[in-house]
Design a protein around this ligand. Structure first.
Ligand code: IVH
Length: 671
C-alpha cells in the first residue's frame, strides 16, 4: 500500500507540478483502483494522507470561520502602462539606492486559498473571506488533486502558503456542456465555477469538479526565511506545491513591460483565464521599505489586461446625479453578456465624452468591461446607423430637483448646485452609512430615499434625531426593523474621526487620507483650523487634498453640519476606546514567534492603531523585536543587530505605559 501511495504521489507531482505526466490517465486510474482494493482489505492501515482519502470528509452544514495568521491582502491595479510605470517610479523612490529585480506571473482569475501544513501534512485550507477571516474548506480542498496532502523533502515544520484555485478553460467548457445536456447547473465563467465548486457543502461534489491550484504567495514558514520571491516559488515547487509555468524572473523593468505585452497578446492561448499580470519585487527584505497602502502591499501590483469588448444597442441615455451633484450620462443598453456577466448599462463618464464619441440614442456601440470597473462605451459603430438615432444634449436643469446645472471653468463635469437636491442627499447618506465609513447597517438605498422623500432628514446629522415611532409610520419598517436602525445609527457615533472624515464625502478625501489626517490632527477642532499649508505637512497629503479640505471647512454649511454632528455626540476624535492616537508614532516593531494573549495580526493592528509600524522584517529602523513562543530566526538577527528584544508581557506594558502617559498628558492639557 505504501509503495502504491508513493507512486501515486509521484505521478501527481509529475502531472500537476512538473507538468510532465509519465503515465496515461488510464494507467493512473489503475494504480488508484489497486490501492483502493488493498485498503479495503485492511481498513486499519489506511492513512489520512493516502490519495484515496481525498474524499474522506463529511459534508458540513457551515464553513467554520478561520482567522488568518497574517491578513490576506489584495493588489492594487494598473490599467495602463503609464500606471504600471508610475508604480515602478514609486518603487524606485522608496528604495532610494537599493536595486530591485522582479518576478512576473499571470494573474489567474480564480479564488484565493490559504493552505496550512503542519509537519508537512495539510491540516487546513481557508478561503480569503474579508482578508482577515476566511472560511474553512479543508475537506473540499483535499479533493483537489493538485494540492498535495503531504509535502516532500526539506519543508518547514509549519507553513502557510496562498494560491489560486481555478478551473482550466477547456475543463470549464466541458463541464458546462455536460451540465447543460443534463439540465444541471452551469456557470457563467471559470471563476464562478471555481468559487461555486470550492464552496460545496458536500466534498464529494467538489471532487467531481476539475479544479486546479497554483501557489502564488507566502503566508508563514517557521525556521525558514526566503531571500527572494523566486526562491519561495522554487522551494514550493520542490516541496510538491504547483506553481504556474508562466512565472518569470525579470532583471529590469524593461523585461517586465515586455512580458506584460507578450502575455496580453498570448492571453487567449493560455489554458486558464488570466485577467492580467502580477508584478512583484523579487527581493523580500526590500518589502519593508516599500510598505503598504491601506489594503495592499506596495511591493506588488496587478497590471490588468484590456477588457473584453462586445457590441450592443443604446436604448436611452439617462442623466444621473451623484453624491457631489455631478450629472453623469448613463447609457441604458440592450442587455448583453460580456466575459460572463450580463450588462445592461454603461457609463459615458461626462457630456464631453458623449460629444467626443458622437453617440446617439439607438446607436450600436462597442462596450468594454475592465476588471471590476463599470462598463464603458468605447465607440459607436456608425456603419449600422439607420438615420432614426436621436442625439442627446446636456440637461439644463437637474433631472431630480429641477435645480440649476452649471459647469466650473476647469472641469468637464456639470453639476447640480442645489445643496438640498434630494439625489445628492440620498447619495451622501448612503456614503456616510457605508461599511467603510460609519457602518450603519440597514441604511440602504430604499431607506435613504424614503427618509429624504419624507423630509425627515436634510443632512446626515439629522439621522441621529430620528425616532423609532416616526420610522414605524412607514410600511418599510416592521416594528423590530425600526428599532434596529435607530440602534445602528446610535452605534455609529463612536467610529472615530478617520471614518467620520471619510464619511463626510469631502472631495478627494479617500479612506487613506482620512486616516492620515485623523492621526495627525487627532481632533476635528484642530483639523478644522488648519490651513492648506499645514495640511500638506501631513505625510501622504498633497496639495489637491489639502486645498479641498480647507475649502470644505470654510463653507458655512460644513461648519453647521459639524456643529450638529457634535451636538448629536458623534465622536470627533481619533481616540478609540480610550486609546490616544499616535502613541507609538514613528516606532517600528517586529514580531516573531507566537503570542499567547492575542494573535499576531491583532498585535500588529494594535501597533498600527497607535501610530506605529508593524514591520515583517528587521532593519536599522526597528526599535523593538517582540519575541513570543518559539521565535524564528528574526530573534538571532535582532541579537546580531543589537535591536532591543522584549517579551509579550513587556510589549503589553509598553503599550499600556505609553497609553497612560499619553492619557494623563492629554488630561493635563485640558483637552
Ligand atoms: S500575489 C498581496 N499572484 O489576485 C496579495 N495573486 O488582488 C498577493 N491572484 O486575492 C497576491 N493570481 O488571489 C498573486 N500570480 C498571482 C495571482 C494572484 C491571482 C489573486 C489573489 C489575490 C488577488 C489580488
Amino acid at each position: 500500500m505504501e509503495r502504491l501511495r508513493k507512486k501515486i504521489r509521484e505521478h501527481d507531482y509529475h502531472y500537476y507540478v512538473l507538468n510532465q505526466p509519465e503515465i496515461s490517465d488510464a494507467e493512473y486510474d489503475q494504480l488508484m483502483e489497486q490501492l483502493k482494493a488493498l485498503e479495503a482489505q485492511a481498513p486499519k492501515l489506511v492513512t489520512a494522507d493516502s490519495p484515496t482519502q481525498r474524499v474522506g470528509g463529511i459534508p458540513s452544514r457551515t464553513f467554520e470561520p478561520v482567522r488568518h495568521a497574517a491578513a490576506m491582502l489584495s493588489l492594487e491595479n494598473a490599467f495602463t502602462e503609464q500606471q504600471l510605470d508610475a508604480w515602478h517610479q514609486r518603487v524606485i523612490k522608496a528604495l532610494e539606492q537599493q536595486k530591485a529585480t522582479f518576478v512576473v506571473e499571470p494573474k489567474i482569475d480564480g479564488v484565493s486559498l490559504a493552505l496550512t501544513y503542519d509537519q508537512g501534512i495539510l491540516i487546513r485550507a481557508a478561503t480569503r473571506g474579508d482578508g482577515t477571516t476566511g472560511e474553512e474548506v479543508t475537506a473540499n480542498a483535499k479533493t483537489i488533486r493538485a494540492i498535495p496532502l503531504r509535502l516532500q523533502g526539506d519543508f518547514p515544520k509549519y507553513m502557510e502558503v496562498r494560491g489560486e484555485v481555478f478551473m482550466g478553460i477547456s475543463d470549464f467548457q466541458k463541464y458546462n456542456q455536460r451540465g447543460s445536456l443534463r439540465k444541471e447547473e452551469t456557470f457563467a465563467n471559470p471563476r464562478n465555477a471555481a468559487a461555486g465548486s470550492l464552496r460545496q457543502k458536500d466534498p464529494r461534489i467538489t471532487a467531481q469538479r476539475p479544479l486546479r491550484f497554483f501557489t502564488h504567495s507566502y503566508g508563514a514558514a517557521t525556521g525558514k526565511e526566503f531571500k527572494t520571491h523566486w526562491d519561495f516559488l522554487l522551494c514550493c515547487q520542490r516541496w510538491g506545491l504547483p506553481i504556474t509555468e508562466h512565472a518569470k524572473r525579470c532583471s529590469d523593468f524593461d523585461e517586465v513591460q515586455k512580458y506584460c505585452r507578450a502575455l496580453e497578446q498570448k492571453r487567449s492561448e493560455l489554458p486558464y483565464e488570466a485577467d492580467g499580470v502580477v508584478v512583484k519585487v523579487n527581493e523580500i527584505p526590500l518589502y519593508e521599505n516599500l510598505g503598504m497602502t491601506l489594503k495592499s502591499p506596495r511591493w506588488a501590483i496587478a497590471y490588468k489586461f484590456l477588457a473584453h469588448q462586445v457590441t450592443t444597442r443604446i436604448l436611452d441615455i439617462i442623466p444621473s446625479v451623484g453624491r457631489t451633484g455631478v450629472v453623469t450620462p448613463v447609457a441604458s443598453l440592450e442587455p448583453v453578456s460580456c466575459a460572463g456577466v450580463t450588462i445592461s448599462s454603461a457609463t459615458l463618464h461626462n457630456y464631453d465624452e458623449v460629444e467626443r464619441l458622437k453617440v446617439k440614442i439607438g446607436d450600436r456601440v462597442m462596450i468594454q468591461r475592465a476588471g471590476d470597473v463599470i462598463p464603458q462605451v468605447v465607440k459607436v459603430i456608425e456603419s449600422t446607423r439607420s438615420g432614426h438615432e436621436r442625439s442627446v444634449s446636456v440637461p439644463s436643469r437637474c433631472p431630480v430637483c429641477g435645480g440649476t446645472i452649471t459647469r466650473d471653468a476647469e472641469e468637464v463635469a456639470y453639476r447640480c448646485i442645489n445643496p438640498a437636491c434630494s439625489a445628492q442627499l440620498v447619495r451622501s447618506v448612503l456614503h456616510y452609512a457605508s461599511r467603510v465609513a460609519m457602518d450603519i447597517e440597514g441604511l440602504g438605498e430604499v431607506v435613504a430615499e424614503a427618509l429624504v422623500e419624507k423630509k425627515w432628514i436634510h443632512d446626515v446629522a439629522d439621522l441621529y434625531e430620528l425616532k423609532a415611532e416616526n420610522l414605524r409610520q412607514l410600511p418599510l419598517f416592521a416594528d423590530k426593523k425600526a428599532q434596529k436602525l435607530i440602534d445602528a445609527i446610535a452605534n455609529s457615533r463612536d467610529r472615530g474621526l478617520a471614518r467620520l472624515l471619510f464619511g463626510l464625502g469631502i472631495r478627494h478625501v479617500g479612506e487613506r487620507s482620512a486616516m492620515d489626517l485623523a492621526r495627525y490632527f487627532g481632533s476635528m477642532d484642530r483639523l478644522m483650523k488648519a490651513k492648506a499649508e499645514e495640511l500638506q505637512k501631513v505625510e501622504g497629503i498633497g496639495p489637491v487634498v489639502a486645498q479641498s479640505v480647507e475649502e470644505f471647512f470654510k463653507q458655512s454649511q460644513s461648519k453647521t453640519l459639524i456643529k450638529k454632528l457634535a451636538e448629536a455626540k458623534v465622536s470627533m476624535t481619533q481616540t478609540e476606546k480610550g486609546r490616544g492616537p499616535q502613541l507609538l508614532r514613528g516606532v517600528t516593531l517586529v514580531f516573531t514567534g507566537e503570542l499567547s494573549e492575542m494573535t499576531r495580526e491583532e498585535a500588529e493592528a494594535l501597533v498600527r492603531q497607535l501610530g506605529g509600524v508593524a514591520a515583517s522584517s528587521l532593519s536599522r529602523k526597528t526599535a523593538y523585536v517582540v519575541a513570543g513562543k518559539t521565535p524564528g530566526s528574526k530573534l538571532d538577527k535582532a541579537k546580531r543587530l543589537g535591536v532591543k528584544i522584549i517579551n509579550e508581557a513587556e510589549f503589553q506594558r509598553l503599550i499600556q505605559h505609553e497609553g497612560k502617559v499619553t492619557r494623563s498628558t492629554r488630561l493635563g492639557q485640558g483637552t
